[in-house]
Design a protein around this ligand. Structure first.
Ligand SMILES: Cn1cnc(CNC(=O)c2cc(-c3ccc(F)cc3)cc(O)c2O)c1
Ligand SMILES: [Mg+2]
Length: 214
C-alpha cells in the first residue's frame, strides 16, 4: 500500500536524524522538504523567527494549535526552560500518529502533551483537563479560518493574561485576513508583522506576533 507524505517524512527523520538530538530532527525534516517533498512545516526561515520569540518569552506554558508532523513542536520544546509545558492540538489522527514518533525521536516528549481533537472543543476544557491557568505563548498554525474564532474563545475562557503572546503562522500565505484585521485593530492587542517566506519557497509569507494587553 502507498505511504503518505507524513510517513515518508518520519522515515527521513528515522534514517537521517540522531535520537535525542532535536536539532538533527529539524535539519532532517528541512532537508527532506527542500530536496524531496514540500510539506507544510513552519520551516527553517520562519522557524528562526519562532525560535527568537520562544527564547525572548521563555514561556512556562505554551499552546500550539496544529501539530502536523511535530516540526514546530520539536523546535519550541527544545528551547523551553526546565519544567515548562507545551500542549499541542492536532485534529487529524494520521498526523498525530506521525507527530508522536517525531517528538519521541527528538527526545522532547517529557515537555509535550499532544492532544487529538478539535481546538474549538478543547480550548474551553484546558483549565479543568490540564490544570492550565493561562498560556504565556500560543503558536497558531492550524486551519486558517480557525485563528480568529479560537482567539476569541481563548479570550472568553480566560486563557490569556496581560502579556500573553500570540504568534501566528501563514498570515499572508495561505492568509488569515479576518484574524489579521482583528489583532491589528483591536485595542486589546499590540501587533507586529515579521516578513518572511512560505516554507521552502520564495513566496512571501510571515508571522504576526500579538501581545494581549488584558
Ligand atoms: C489539512 N491541514 C491540517 N492542518 C492544516 C493547517 N495548516 C495549513 O493549512 C498550512 C497550509 C500551508 C500551505 C498549503 C498550500 C499552499 F499552496 C501554501 C501554503 C502552509 C502552512 O504553513 C500551513 O500551516 C491543514
Ligand atoms: Mg503553517
Amino acid at each position: 500500500t502507498q505511504s503518505t507524505r507524513p510517513q515518508r517524512l518520519l522515515g527521513a527523520v528515522q534514517k537521517n536524524a540522531t535520537r535525542g538530538h532535536p536539532r538533527s530532527v529539524i535539519q532532517a525534516i528541512d532537508h527532506f522538504c527542500r530536496n524531496k517533498e514540500w510539506a507544510m512545516n513552519v520551516g527553517d526561515e520562519k522557524g528562526c523567527i519562532l525560535d527568537s520569540v520562544v527564547s525572548e518569552v521563555s514561556p512556562a506554558t505554551v499552546l500550539e494549535l496544529g501539530t502536523y508532523c511535530g516540526y514546530s513542536t520539536v523546535r519550541i520544546a527544545s528551547r523551553l526552560p526546565p519544567h515548562a509545558k507545551l500542549i499541542t492540538l492536532e485534529f487529524n489522527p494520521e498526523f498525530a500518529v506521525i507527530a508522536r514518533q517525531v517528538i519521541a525521536w527528538a527526545g522532547v516528549e517529557d515537555k509535550v502533551q499532544l492532544v487529538e481533537g478539535a481546538s474549538g472543543d478543547w480550548i474551553p476544557r484546558m483549565k479543568e483537563q490540564f490544570g492550565v491557568k493561562t498560556f504565556d505563548l500560543v503558536f497558531l498554525d492550524h486551519w486558517k479560518d480557525r485563528y480568529l474564532p479560537d482567539t476569541k474563545l481563548m479570550e472568553e475562557c480566560g486563557l490569556l493574561r496581560k502579556g500573553s503572546i500570540l504568534l501566528a503562522d501563514n498570515v499572508i500565505c495561505p492568509g488569515t485576513p479576518d484574524y489579521l484585521e482583528y489583532v491589528r485593530n483591536s485595542p486589546r492587542y499590540e501587533s507586529q508583522y515579521f516578513k518572511s517566506h512560505l516554507e521552502y519557497t520564495k513566496v512571501e509569507d510571515g508571522l504576526e506576533k500579538s501581545v494581549f494587553l488584558g
